[in-house]
Design a protein around this ligand. Sequence first.
Ligand code: FE2
Ligand code: FE2
Length: 318
Amino acid sequence: MSTIAARPPLTDARLLHDLEEVVERELNRHLRVFKEWMPHEYVPWSRGRDFDGPLGGDPWSAEQSPLTDVGRVALVVNLLTEDNLPSYHHEIATLFGRDGAWGTWVHQWTAEEARHSMALRDYLVASRAVDPVALERARMTHMSGGFVSDNRHSPLHTVAYVAFQELATRVSHRNTGHESGDPVCDRMLAQVANDENLHMIFYRNLLKAAFELAPDQAMQAVNEVVTDFRMPGHGMPGFERAAVQIALGGVYNLRVHHDDVLQPVLRHLKIMDIGGLGPDGLKAQQELGAHLAGLAAQAGRFDERRAAILARRAKANG
Ligand SMILES: [Fe+2]
Ligand SMILES: [Fe+2]
């Protein structure tokens, strides 16, 4: 085996500059495949009516909507996550800049993301799926806390994080739709999930290009991001409790995270087969492999625990 001399690491400014042509290419590809859709067409307005308050309508109560409990909880978590878009925009605009192809992408992405909270909130309010007062208070609390990215120190870490995070969001929306108990909700969330998938592809392709430019740095970034991964909604009110319900409900848990989020991106990058790494890259690749093996074992234990809890519940209800 030949020894490869360590390359001097690329600065963030250099990486951003060198990746810009990839951003431009991927942006153009994204715009070609992205299909316009109208959030209002997915909202069941005919189920809506005035609420109490200035219009003197009916107050909200839980039995007004057919949604499952897990559907309700997951929809609120997903919506509050989408709601913090101004903070996400701030974080990526600060890091990627608002000029050139990077800037065009940042603004395009922001405009597409804004559609998601629109569709979700309109659905929840029109269909009376959740308490609108509690929802509005949770939005105020969550948004006024702001969001600070764990990866704001590094464009490479940020690209790696968002590649996984967009896929996590896709899977979370899609599974929420499947578990919601309402086909109208499922259809709307499939549409949102489709956008998230296109965002994932954009960032995944960018990450792939980063591996060609700076393989050791990219490997270190992916290793650190995968090891420390947490969802952007972690700071919202009641997140821990909601996360347990979402995990047991099969919307998002360790099994889903490992099988449907981490693995598809890592397999696409052929991460464990990347050769020609220097000592730092090699060390990161080995750590990543060990971490993934640990995660797979943890996911197996989670599956068993979940099956036992669900069996106990079925027995208690049956
Ligand atoms: Fe979104
Ligand atoms: Fe997205």
